[in-house]
Design a protein around this ligand. Structure first.
Ligand code: SF4
Length: 219
């Protein structure tokens, strides 16, 4: 078959898959918005299912929504979010190129850590998001999301600083993926050493995406 025809067919298949992925992510967000599987939804303004590109090669996973996220329904919109956007821009990406989510979708009261039973109740949603998106690289922002995602390999650790920036190749839900733990951007807001560490880890993330044949980079 002529190369141009093959390219048109592949593009059409890709567009169909993107549309399906977008619809699946939106349907899941609607289910999350109505979810009452754990008490975290009480006293919140919005669920924060996650947002971005449903066909992204890079998925970033944080811990839980904070105050600004609860008010807007979007992940990483406060100062930590600005820092994250700067880190993404440093590797030629914007929020629209990636998918950003948390391990729990409603804000824990007073920003406390999510409890084990809340994580157990909520993570099937995150797992479904990973299945739909099929990212090539997953970056875990902070100790909680790193512990959860790396438990699938399994990898155990005491401190996030021991393993940050390490690339763990694995298979999640039948998708080959590279898993990279790093610090939570909020931890770097007042600590220049953590900020340098995050910048270093994002250079590694950029290299891994390039090696994985990322199709969403803008540079
Ligand atoms: S935190 Fe997760 S499991 Fe709990 S109510 Fe919200 S969406 Fe449901």
């Amino acid at each position: 078959m002529h190369k141009k025809v093959i390219r048109v067919i592949l593009n059409s298949v890709g567009m169909l898959q993107d549309a399906r992925g977008e619809a699946a992510i939106e349907n899941l967000a609607a289910v999350i918005g109505e979810c009452r599987k754990c008490p975290l939804w009480e006293n919140t303004h919005h669920a924060v299912p996650g947002d971005g590109n449903p066909g992204a090669d890079l998925m970033l996973i944080g811990e839980a929504p904070g105050k600004q996220e609860d008010l807007t329904g979007r992940p990483f919109v406060g100062r930590a979010g600005k820092l994250l956007e700067g880190l993404l821009s440093g590797i030629g990406l914007s929020r629209d190129d990636v998918f950003i989510a948390n391990i729990v979708k409603h804000r824990p009261p007073g920003n406390r850590d999510p409890r084990d039973e809340e994580i157990r109740a909520c993570t099937p949603y995150l797992e479904e998001q990973i299945r739909i998106i099929g990212p090539k690289v997953i970056v875990m922002l902070g100790r909680h999301s790193s512990r959860y995602i790396l438990s699938f390999l399994p990898v155990e650790f005491d401190r996030i600083t021991e393993i940050r920036g390490t690339v763990y190749p694995g298979v999640l839900f039948d998708h080959p993926v590279r898993l990279i733990p790093t610090l939570h951007p909020a931890a770097a807001l007042y600590n220049p050493r953590y900020r340098e560490a995050l910048e270093e880890d994002f250079r590694i993330i950029g290299r891994e995406l390039a090696a994985a044949g990322d199709s969403t980079r803008q540079d």
